[in-house]
Design a protein around this ligand. Structure first.
Ligand code: UD1
Ligand code: CA
Length: 454
């Protein structure tokens, strides 16, 4: 059966106390609404409609995509009114309602819910709550048959003792929706058009109301303030950590690990505390990551080692390569197999061949460094003249003396050597020593200046 999805995201989120629309607040580095949209996509619907209102322009700009239809709800007159805004564009046999501020809902739960929708049956996602205050209550008859949802503010004292709460997520046969939404009234405690009133209408029309539950109550938890946002974040991270451990990663402390993107992991990977993985990160078998590392959009090949406090973005470490502590690898860095980058070394758009080394304190930008080449401490590629960038090319087995400045564009042939402290402005042929520094002079009998006593 075909499917349309409507995501409600028009509410203000006053309790966030934020200039940013609520649904754009991130969980694991991605807007809450972004999580919901990604989950919706996995259900392969015919269409996805996002109902926006507060901060509509910002939301639209941030999340615009070909497969999304944004619908403006200029005034927030209730959840039923919100869905009605998308109504003219709905045509599928089933319609699923989701919420932009309920980001952890899982595909599998929604699939179970959708499986229960038929022409004569709708499906509600409900949850047993310790404290259902504020939630709509699921009203069942003596035989357990769902009859209606009553909102907390409209409920009698007896109805308020019901602990089965409405998550808000529901799936209905599309054909009926126009009729039901058209008949909603706002004659209730909040003066709103309640989507939940659709349930009693469906029952009156002879439909069956089926229910499903999420595996985990956090799946249906919304974030109304930053405290709830932090709870969702921790829950997401706990889940992410468990998934990685199940795949063969040792996390020395799963509570001090954060995933803000997607990680593909091999086996026998070891991750020390306070590591943040962002974007798309690929970690092969046997990789070790030390404490306090931030690794974004990078690939770590088999057996690579990232030592403490390193920061990687858009980098690739070859098999057995290592970097850090305190290495900074910027986009375009590629370390060949067994290459070594030590402390306080920054690389950008730089490719190091197999077994090449830069042990300490260097800046290597727009550079090509051949296999086994050794870069001395304090080496700088002068790649920028204030307007243009130039490349430095080093062959294999080159030895760069400490504190060399390589003024690009410049090329050093295989086996070339530079003397310490050299400023290299001209190409150096293979197997040649280049010394580009003032010659030392010793001045005999030279007298130091002395202070004159007053
Ligand atoms: C709603 C349900 C309630 C359920 C609860 C779960 C109704 C009438 N009530 O109540 O049964 O237990 O969710 O959290 O549906 N929204 C719009 N436009 C509007 C109104 C709301 O987009 O005009 C969006 C909000 O941004 C929010 C969501 O819909 O994301 C829920 O709205 P809210 O007013 O918070 O509903 P509740 O009172 O929590
Ligand atoms: Ca709410």
């Amino acid at each position: 059966m075909s499917l349309d999805i409507v995501i409600l995201a028009a509410g203000q989120g006053t309790r966030m106390r934020s200039a940013l629309p609520k649904v754009l607040h991130p969980v694991a580095g991605k807007a809450m609404l972004g999580h919901v949209i990604d989950t919706a996509r996995k259900l392969e619907p015919k269409s996805i409609h996002v109902v926006i209102g507060h901060g509509a322009e910002t939301v639209r700009e941030r999340l615009a995509a070909e497969d999304l239809n944004f619908v403006l709800q200029a005034e927030q007159l209730g959840t039923g009114h919100a869905v009605a805004q998308a109504l003219p564009q709905l045509s599928a046999e089933r319609v699923l309602i989701l919420y932009g501020d309920v980001p952890l809902i899982e595909v599998e739960t929604l699939q179970r819910l959708l499986d229960k929708v038929r022409e004569d049956q709708l499906a509600l996602l409900t949850v047993e709550l310790e404290d259902p205050t504020g939630y709509g209550r699921i009203v069942r008859d003596a035989g357990g048959v769902v009859k209606a949802i009553v909102e907390h503010k409209d409920a009698t004292a007896e109805q308020r003792t019901i602990r089965e709460g409405n998550t808000g997520i529901l799936a209905v046969p599309g054909k009926r929706l126009t009729d039901w939404l058209g008949r909603l009234s706002n004659d209730n405690a909040q003066g709103e058009y309640y989507l939940t009133d659709v349930i009693a209408m469906a029952v009156a029309d002879g439909l069956v109301v089926a229910t499903e539950n999420p595996h985990d109550a956090m799946e249906v938890q919304g974030a109304n303030d930053r405290i709830q946002l932090a709870e969702l974040e921790r829950h997401y991270q706990k889940r992410a950590a468990r998934r990685l451990m199940a795949q063969g990663v040792t996390l020395l402390d799963p509570a001090r690990f954060d995933l803000r993107g997607e990680a593909t992991v091999g086996r026998d990977v070891l991750i020390d505390v306070n590591v943040i993985l962002e974007g798309k990160v690929v970690i092969e078998d046997g990789v070790q990551i030390g404490p306090n590392c931030v690794i974004k959009d990078s690939t770590l090949r088999r057996g690579a080692v990232v030592k403490a406090n390193s920061h990687l973005e858009g980098a690739e470490l070859g098999a057995g390569a290592d970097c850090g502590p305190f290495a900074r690898l910027r986009p375009g860095t590629v370390l060949g197999a067994n290459a070594h980058v030590g402390n306080f070394v920054e690389l950008k758009n730089a490719v190091m061949g197999e077994g090449a080394k830069a042990g300490h304190l260097a800046y290597l930008g727009d550079a090509e460094i051949g296999a086994r080449t050794n870069i001395g401490a304090g080496t700088i590629t002068c790649n920028y003249d204030g307007a243009n960038k130039f490349r430095t090319v080093m062959g294999e087995d080159v030895f760069i003396g400490s504190n060399s400045a390589l003024v690009a564009p410049v090329t050093l042939g295989d086996g070339a050597t530079t003397g310490a402290g050299s400023i290299i402005t001209q190409d150096v042929p293979a197997n040649t020593l280049a010394v580009g520094r003032a010659k030392q002079r010793n001045i005999e009998g030279w007298k130091r200046p002395v202070k004159i006593k007053k």
